[in-house]
Ligand binder design. Structure first.
Ligand code: CP
Length: 305
């Protein structure tokens, strides 16, 4: 794997291999495996979790992290993404982690660039490292994917997390359902009420309402969204035994989810953040070292190869 751009490009074997490697890292497997590599993090959109957990993962696998401040870079003078990345390549960077506002920004980097590109979110396109950490969280909980019911709730059309997870989860045999207002469904078929979804969901995955991507949200009411689509205390009480709540965060408390549920027993919201470090270590190792898929480890998971 030279780059990580979209979940569409990953086979089930590759993604399970990354999940199982993350598990080894979490168990304390040797960390300093990528000591000779230089990495830069280019965040052109705001981030707390993805940027800091990539940097933590880079340091844990032994990379040298070269500082890059997008808000004080020559991109502000009009330098293109291609020229920025090519410049970093010439300086000696081996991999760049990029978050950008433009969907599929990476297309302009596929020819002529030799550094590896890890997509940390492209507009409303894809968020593969978030999807992998979500899969890792589900794997840790259920030990398998086939036949699980996952309900993804919220701002689907603007959500790169929903798109990445829909691809990966369906490829793994998960029954994925969407719940949102019709105007946020995009290309997906969606439910518009919780009826029949709560009681059999193994995972309720809530999404942030992305006001910054809405052209007109003057009529949006937090209270009525919460009442119709939010995970309220009353709804949580009806969830299936053993089911979990996920949210990629940041969370709009009392909009997508009642504030008192954010750290409730079912919630894995902060565990997802912790899992992200191990997943990103596995991603970095796979990309920088070209780690082979280990069939022995892999055979523990019964999926189509
Ligand atoms: N989940 C996620 O991508 O969070 P950040 O925007 O804080 O990185």
């Amino acid at each position: 794997m030279k780059n990580l751009l979209s979940m569409e490009h990953l086979t089930n074997r590759e993604l399970i291999s990354i999940i199982l490697r993350a598990e080894e890292f979490e168990r304390g497997e040797q960390h300093n495996l990528c000591r000779s590599y230089n990495v830069a993090n280019l965040f052109f959109e705001p981030s707390t979790r993805t940027s800091t957990s990539f940097e933590m993962a880079e340091r844990k696998v032994g990379c040298t992290v070269i500082p890059f401040d997008a808000s004080f870079s020559s991109a502000l003078k009009g330098e293109s993404m291609y020229d920025t990345v090519k410049t970093l390549e010439m300086i000696g960077i081996d991999a760049v982690v990029i978050r950008a506002k433009e969907e599929a920004y990476y297309n302009e980097l596929l020819e002529g660039i030799n550094v590896s590109v890890i997509n940390a979110g492209d507009g409303a396109g894809q968020h593969p490292s978030q999807s992998l950490l979500d899969l890792y969280t589900i794997h840790k909980e259920f030990g398998q994917f086939d036949g699980l019911n996952v309900t993804i709730v919220g701002d689907i059309s603007h959500s790169r997390v929903a798109k990445s997870n829909a691809i990966a989860l369906r490829n793994l045999g998960v029954n994925v359902r969407f719940l949102c207002p019709q105007e946020w469904a995009g290309d997906f078929e969606a439910h518009h009420s919780w009826d029949g979804l709560l009681e059999d969901s193994d995972v309720v995955m809530l999404l942030r309402v992305q006001h910054e991507r809405h052209e007109n949200n003057k009529n949006f009411s937090k209270e009525s969204y919460h009442e119709q689509y939010g995970l309220t205390v009353e709804r949580e009480a009806r969830m299936k035994k053993g089911s979990i709540i996920m949210h990629p965060a940041p969370v709009n408390r009392d909009v997508e989810i009642a504030s008192e549920l954010v750290e409730c027993e079912r919630s894995r919201i902060f565990d997802q953040v912790r899992n992200g470090v191990f997943i990103r270590m596995a991603i970095l190792e796979s990309i920088l070292k070209g780690r082979e898929i280990n069939d022995e480890v892999h055979s523990k998971y019964s999926i189509a190869r």
